[in-house]
Design a binder for this molecule. Structure first.
Ligand SMILES: Cc1cc2nc3c(=O)[nH]c(=O)nc-3n(C[C@H](O)[C@H](O)[C@H](O)COP(=O)(O)OP(=O)(O)OC[C@H]3O[C@@H](n4cnc5c(N)ncnc54)[C@H](O)[C@@H]3O)c2cc1C
Length: 450
């Protein structure tokens, strides 16, 4: 039949969703991208540190080309999910034959420590969203004082340390690392941005402190130290007197508040030992030897989980996937699964950080979103194409009672931000609130449009 196409909803316009949408549009599907944020890009826009301006611009250019494809419609400022503007069933009723979920890892992973709600205790994602100007985090007050700890040993820890050292310029930043210097997870090149502030004496003392525990599992303390210092020759110039140091083999035990129990004053930590498990991997184990660190802020950079309020079954940090996939791509299952009925949710697929929370870089999310789309395409081959009613979908979304953002709106907003950056002589400018963005694209106060 002529004029028929497969109709697919892609939920989430981060790298996985955008590249997934491109793959489906290339195959000939009609794709509608629904995105919670006004702007597309996900963590490529709101996660990657602003100093990687060139990389971010190059990604934005690729995203613009994708949104320009005729088979792709974009609706931003629209949340899908059981508590969202549209549920998965709403999408089905609108005629979508398959739904690709690429919503990233929006859930919160907590250690469930006493004191987690005290003033001065933050989640990495909130801080990252704040300095990357994602509303509403861009507008929330964050109070960073003299001594800040970041719990974690990955690239996000380094990004936040960079922000605290170069922009906030606090007195001291301490990275609290569960395992030892040989197990840190950040890319060594990322250290170049903060290594000029690394307290070298403190590093020596710390390596000495944990050396017996490293030697006990056959690790070489000097080799681990050399690895951490790898980026010294390429160190970026120092911009503050902030001292950066590590506390290795340390677990958080308790967050201690002020007398009136409003803000954080200390972090109680447990010293860990290292143990070698059967596969040769090194794990940390609490020793029960507690001590306290005086601190003003603690930021947890321990990864994220998927949004368990989205409406898909979740186990641990991730949506449950069909263990026996009908459309595997390279042996990976991209299919949603209902553990109660023990059957696949046959029209729902997932890719990127929605499939594997907090896993991999943009390149990985892009590949995963593309592969997830390939699985969706295989599924679609079991159905007949339809005459998609894009006008009805448009009518529904523009009558949700909130401003909905289109591709044209995004172009307008980007142009306005470009002009503002030129005026200010900055590389980049971002409007920091939804209301400013809506004002620029002349949607503020608009609730219902046809
Ligand atoms: C702090 C930080 C720094 C990083 N730095 C780098 C780096 O330097 N280099 C690099 O290569 N990678 C970096 N990454 C990793 C990279 O950003 C991710 O790999 C990638 O963005 C994941 O893509 P995604 O599309 O799966 O999810 P995301 O990028 O998280 O996109 C998810 C999208 O879904 C939307 N969404 C969420 N919930 C809903 C909903 N219910 N309904 C509709 N839409 C929804 C969101 O608005 C968002 O647009 C960084 C990540 C973080 C956290």
């Amino acid at each position: 039949m002529e004029d028929t196409q497969y109709l697919v909803a892609v939920v989430g316009a981060g790298p996985a969703g955008l590249f997934g949408a491109r793959e489906l549009a290339r195959q000939g599907a009609q794709v509608v991208l629904f995105n919670r944020d006004i702007k597309p890009g996900g963590l490529a826009e709101y996660g990657i540190h602003p100093h990687k301006h060139f990389m971010k611009e190059s990604l934005r250019n690729q995203f613009r080309q994708i949104l320009d494809l005729p088979g792709i419609t974009y609706y931003g400022n629209l949340t899908v999910g059981q508590y969202g503007d549209l549920t998965l069933d709403d999408l089905r009723k609108l005629g979508f034959q398959a739904i690709l979920v690429t919503t990233g890892a929006q859930g919160i992973k907590r250690l469930d420590l006493p004191g987690e709600d005290l003033d001065g205790v933050y989640l990495a994602k909130d801080v990252v969203f704040h300095y990357n100007k994602l509303p509403p985090y861009s507008e929330k007050p964050f109070h960073f004082c003299k001594k800040c700890a970041i719990v974690g040993a990955g690239n996000v820890m380094i990004d936040i340390a960079r922000f605290l050292i170069r922009e906030v310029q606090v007195d001291e930043v301490v990275a609290i690392v569960r395992r030892g210097p040989a197990e840190v997870k950040f890319d060594k090149s990322e250290m170049a941005g903060i290594i000029a502030n690394l307290d070298l004496k403190a590093l020596d003392a710390e390596i000495e402190r944990v050396s017996p525990r490293m030697l006990a599992v056959g690790q070489d303390p000097q080799a681990a130290k050399d690895m951490i210092l790898e980026s010294l020759p390429t160190a970026e110039p120092k911009e503050s007197d902030t001292l950066f140091r590590f506390e290795f083999m340390t677990s958080t035990a308790n967050i201690i508040g002020s007398k009136d129990d409003t803000c954080l004053t200390q972090l109680e930590v447990d010293d860990n030992i290292l143990v070698m498990i059967d596969n040769g991997e090194v794990k940390s184990q609490k020793s029960g030897k507690l001590r306290c660190l005086d601190l003003d802020n603690v930021i947890f950079a321990i990864g994220d989980k998927v949004d368990d309020g989205f409406g898909l079954p979740v186990e641990w940090d991730e949506y449950i996937r069909n263990p026996d996939p009908c459309y595997p791509i390279k042996d990976i299952s991209y299919e949603a699964y209902d553990p109660v009925t023990k059957s696949p949710i046959k029209d729902v697929f997932m890719g990127g950080w929605a499939r594997q929370a907090s896993f991999g870089m943009v390149g990985y999310a892009r590949k995963d979103g593309t592969n997830a789309s390939k699985a969706v395409w295989q599924y679609l081959q079991t159905l007949s194409p339809i005459q998609a009613d894009l006008a009805e979908i448009k009518f529904k979304v523009f009558n949700l009672g909130k401003p909905i953002i289109t591709k044209e709106n995004i172009k307008h907003l980007e142009e306005a931000e470009k002009q503002e950056a030129l005026k200010l002589g900055e590389k980049e400018f971002k409007f920091a609130s939804n209301s400013e963005m809506l004002k620029i694209i002349r949607l503020e106060g608009t609730l219902v449009r046809n």
